[in-house]
Design a protein around this ligand. Sequence first.
Ligand code: SF4
Length: 217
Amino acid sequence: MESTIEKREKALKVLERLSSFFNKEQGGGVKGNPFLVLLSALLSHRTKDEVTEAVTERIASRIKGPKDVLKMDIKTLESLLYPCGFYRKKAKILKEVSKVLLEKYNGEVPDSLEELLKIKGVGRKTANLVIAKAYGKNGLAVDTHVHRISKRLGLVNSKSERETEEALKALYPARFWASINSLFVHFGKNICRPISPFCSLCPLLDLCDKVGLNRWR
Ligand code: SF4
């Protein structure tokens, strides 16, 4: 069994290799309009990245902040969110979140995990994405890809995404947290797929414990 130090070394190697494999920067977040970052994170649930990006881009010309959402009638908002999955439900959530932002936060998106999590409709993944991408803070957003890959690699032995978030935060220095989500998601979609991953093409093959894996290519 690996010691904590060995596991930390392995965790850093994983990130270094994925960064060079996908030729992406580690650390830091992409800063942008915090409201649009929040909106995009809310839309991304059960929706392909390409669709979320296209819809967010289209919306950005009509919506800059929560006031714009509240001024818009629900049918128009729904049509703007289409074809995102659950676009009607998301339009409703967006209205509710915008109302709270105006009433309690002066129309601004909070920059702390604690405050974001007080807003109904904002979950941990969304809150972590916002603080990392909008404010360049140390947010570690764990979704199904991050959870699955961390377990397969043997970095964590957790039962829930929440536990994985805590375990990864204990393994990685905070300056790396913001880069983990996008690297792992990209890796999970292209190589370490949910079913039958492409282990023969994997840059992490020698580091991976293949926990819980029966079939791979
Ligand atoms: Fe995923 Fe296979 Fe790579 Fe392990 S070796 S990280 S299971 S693709």
